[in-house]
Design a protein around this ligand. Structure first.
Ligand SMILES: Cc1cc2nc3c(=O)[nH]c(=O)nc-3n(C[C@H](O)[C@H](O)[C@H](O)COP(=O)(O)OP(=O)(O)OC[C@H]3O[C@@H](n4cnc5c(N)ncnc54)[C@H](O)[C@@H]3O)c2cc1C
Length: 575
C-alpha cells in the first residue's frame, strides 16, 4: 500500500506513516483494551499474524469479524468515489480494536481497514462480540460507546457510499433522507453544484437523467434504487431478508419504531414474546431528529435522539426482537384470532397482538431555508428548554390553535416580544377563550391577523422573517430570534381507514373512549372493558403520539410501550 499519513482526517493515501502517527483518542472513540479485556475477548477468538497491505475489512462488504490489534498498525481508509483519492481516516496501533456500529447491527463496512505493517491481530467472530455486548457490563460499555461515537464521526467525515443526484430530484431527496434517518455514513454529490459530478457520471456511463445513483468506491452502482434495495445492500434488515418474520404468526407485531415502538419491542421480547417490529423509514422516529433530548429521565447531560435509538435497537435485538426497516404497513385485516398486516412492498406479517406506535408528524411550514434553522431557532415545541434558548429576544409564533396560544402565553413571560401570526382574521376561531383573553391583554404580544410567513433569514440562527398579509399583500419584516410553528400534527393513521375508532383529528382512540365512540353507544369490546391502551379492536393496542390524548413526549411514549406489553399479557390470559 502506498501511504502518507498524519493524524489529519483527510490525508490522501500516499506515503508511509510515521510510528507516532496513531490517531489520538479525543472523544473516547478509540480506547485501548487492557490485557484482561483482550484475554476475555480471546475466549472464542484466535490470534493470527497479519502482513502489511492485508485488507481486514473492505468498504461495502459485510464485516463478520471483530479485530483487536496486538502489534503493528492498521489504517482506516475511505475508498473515495472513483474520482477522488482514497484517503486515510485513522491510524490505529496495539491495543485498539476495529469496527463500528455496523458490526453489531450486521451492516456492511463503511470503510476499509488495511494493515500498514506486519503484526499480529486477534480475530473474534462478530456473533461473540454481540454476546459480550449484551452481557459483559464493562466491555459492553467500552465497545458500545466507542462504536456510537465512531458512527457519528464517520457520518461527519462523509465516508461510505455516495449518492449522486440533483438537489431538485425527489428521488435524491428520498435516498438522502433514508440514509440520514438510518444514520448511514454516506456523501451526497449534487449534480447541480459539484463540478466532479459530471466527470464521475461519465466514467460510470450514467446519463444525468438516470440519476440518482448510489455508488460504492466507484464500482458497485445502484441506479435510483428503492429504499428497500439500498437497505438490503447496506445490510439493514428488510422484510425479504428476515424471512421467518413474514412466515409465522408472531405473538406481537409492533408497527413503528419510534420510542413507543422500541419500548414495546424491548419489553415484549424480554418478556419472551415472539416480537416483530415494522418500521417504514428508520428506527428512532421523531425523537431521532432531535439533536439533544434534555428531559429524558436518567440522562442529566441530555442524549441525542439518534444515540437513544441506536441503544434501543441493540437492546431490542439482544432480547430477540426482529426489527425490519423499509417495512411500511398499509392495512390491518383481522384473521382467525390474529391480525394480518400487509406491507407496501408485498408480504404480510401476522400477529396475535399488535401495538400501533406510528406516531405523528408535525406539520412544517413550506418556507425556503427553514429546515437549515430547525434545531437552532425554528421549533415545533415551546418548553422551558426552547424558552431558555430564546433568552429575552423577540420571537414569532405561527398558528391559531391552543398549542400556539399556550406557547404565546408561556413565552411572553420571558421574551421581550411575541409576534403571533395567524392566517385567519379571528383569533377565537380555533383557540380557547381563556387563551384569547390572556393574549389580547398581554402588553408584550402583537397578534398579526391574516398573516403568513414568506421568507426566513439568518446564517446559523434566525435573524428576521418576512411576513405578508394574505388579504392586502402588504409585506413586513420582523426581527426575531426564534420561530415557533404550531400548525398541527398529523397522525400516521390514514392506512387504518375504517378499521378502528379514531378521533376527529385521526388519532387512535383507546380505552373507554374507543368503545363509547361507536354508533352503538356503550358497546364494549367483547364482553369485557377495554384496557386503557386497547383500541376498538380487541388485541390491537395504541401507544405514544398516535394515541388520542397522548402527552407527546419521549418518556410517555416509552412508558406506554411498556404498559401495552403488560396489557397484552392480560389480553392473552383472558382470550
Ligand atoms: C425535533 C423534535 C424534538 C423533540 N424533542 C423532544 C424532547 O426534547 N423531549 C421529549 O420528551 N420529546 C421530544 N419530542 C417529541 C418526541 O420525539 C415524540 O413525542 C416521540 O418521538 C413520540 O414517539 P412515538 O414512538 O409515539 O412516535 P414517533 O417518534 O413519531 O415514531 C413513529 C414511527 O412510526 C413509523 N411509522 C409511521 N407509519 C408507519 C407505518 N404505516 N408502517 C411502519 N412504520 C410507520 C415512523 O416512520 C416513525 O419512525 C421531539 C420531537 C421532535 C420532532
Amino acid at each position: 500500500m502506498s501511504t502518507r499519513t498524519s493524524s489529519e482526517d483527510t490525508t490522501p493515501v500516499r506515503e508511509i506513516p510515521q510510528v507516532d502517527d496513531e490517531t489520538p483518542d479525543e472523544l473516547g472513540a478509540f480506547p485501548r483494551l487492557t490485557d484482561d479485556q483482550v484475554a476475555t475477548l480471546e475466549v472464542g477468538g484466535a490470534r493470527r499474524p497479519v502482513r502489511a497491505g492485508e485488507v481486514l475489512t473492505r468498504e461495502g462488504e459485510p464485516s463478520q469479524d471483530f479485530f483487536v490489534i496486538l502489534s503493528g498498525k492498521v489504517a482506516i481508509i475511505d475508498e473515495g468515489d472513483g474520482e477522488s483519492e482514497r484517503r486515510i481516516l485513522r491510524v490505529h496501533g496495539p491495543g485498539r480494536f476495529l469496527g463500528e456500529l455496523g458490526l453489531l447491527e450486521g451492516q456492511v463496512a463503511f470503510f476499509t481497514a488495511e494493515a500498514m505493517e506486519d503484526g499480529e491481530i486477534l480475530v473474534v467472530p462478530a456473533e461473540r462480540v454481540r454476546e459480550l455486548v449484551a452481557h459483559d457490563l464493562v466491555l459492553s460499555d467500552l465497545i458500545l460507546r466507542a462504536y456510537l461515537v465512531r458512527r457519528h464521526l464517520l457520518i461527519g467525515l462523509g465516508s461510505g457510499f455516495r449518492i449522486i443526484g440533483s438537489c431538485y430530484s425527489p428521488d435524491t431527496l428520498r435516498l438522502r433522507e433514508f440514509a440520514m434517518r438510518n444514520r448511514l455514513p454516506h456523501r451526497w454529490i449534487d449534480v447541480e453544484q459539484d463540478e466532479r459530478a459530471e466527470q464521475l457520471l461519465r466514467s460510470l456511463e450514467v446519463a444525468p437523467e438516470d440519476t440518482p445513483v448510489v455508488i460504492w468506491h466507484g464500482e458497485k452502482v445502484l441506479r435510483n434504487p428503492p429504499n428497500a434495495e439500498l437497505a438490503r445492500v447496506v445490510g439493514l434488515p428488510v422484510p425479504d431478508t428476515v424471512r421467518d418474520a413474514t412466515q409465522d404468526v408472531c405473538d406481537l407485531v409492533v408497527v413503528g419504531a419510534g420510542p413507543a415502538g422500541l419500548a414495546a419491542s424491548v419489553y415484549g421480547a424480554s418478556d419472551g414474546l415472539n416480537t416483530v417490529t415494522l418500521e417504514s423509514v428508520a428506527a428512532g422516529g421523531q425523537a431521532s431528529t432531535s439533536s439533544r433530548i434534555e428531559n429524558y429521565l436518567g440522562f442529566p447531560a441530555g442524549i441525542s435522539g439518534a444515540e437513544l435509538a441506536e441503544r434501543a435497537v441493540i437492546q431490542a435485538g439482544k432480547f430477540g426482537a426482529r426489527l425490519l426497516v423499509s417495512a411500511e404497513v398499509t392495512g390491518l385485516v383481522p384473521e382467525d384470532g390474529h391480525h394480518a398486516l400487509p406491507l407496501a412492498d408485498g408480504g404480510v406479517v401476522r400477529g396475535r397482538a399488535v401495538v400501533l406506535a406510528t406516531g405523528a408528524r408535525y406539520r412544517k411550514l413550506t418556507v425556503p431555508g427553514i429546515e437549515a434553522l430547525e434545531g437552532t431557532s425554528v421549533y415545533y415545541a415551546a418548553t422551558h428548554q426552547e424558552a431558555r434558548m430564546c433568552g429575552t429576544d423577540p420571537v414569532a409564533i405561527v398558528g391559531g390553535g391552543n398549542s400556539a396560544g399556550q406557547a404565546t402565553v408561556f413565552l411572553a413571560d420571558g421574551v421581550s416580544h411575541v409576534h403571533l401570526l395567524i392566517r385567519s382574521s379571528d383569533l377565537g376561531k380555533s383557540m380557547s377563550r381563556y387563551l384569547v383573553d390572556q393574549i389580547e391583554r398581554h402588553p408584550r404580544v402583537t397578534v398579526h391577523r391574516n398573516t403568513e410567513v414568506r421568507t426566513v433569514h439568518g446564517e446559523k440562527y434566525l435573524e428576521e422573517i418576512m411576513v405578508e398579509n394574505n388579504h392586502t399583500g402588504e409585506q413586513d419584516t420582523l426581527r426575531v430570534r426564534a420561530l415557533f410553528v404550531f400548525i398541527g400534527a398529523m397522525p400516521y393513521t390514514g392506512w387504518l381507514a375504517d378499521t378502528i375508532a379514531l378521533d376527529d383529528h385521526g388519532f387512535v382512540l383507546t380505552g373507554m373512549d374507543a368503545v363509547h365512540v361507536r354508533e352503538d353507544g356503550n358497546r364494549r369490546i367483547g364482553d369485557r372493558s377495554p384496557r386503557t391502551l386497547e383500541t376498538s379492536l380487541p388485541g390491537l393496542f395504541a401507544t405514544g403520539d398516535v394515541r388520542s390524548g397522548s402527552v407527546k413526549r419521549v418518556a410517555s411514549a416509552v412508558g406506554e410501550g411498556a404498559m401495552a406489553v403488560r396489557q397484552i399479557h392480560e389480553y392473552f390470559d383472558r382470550s
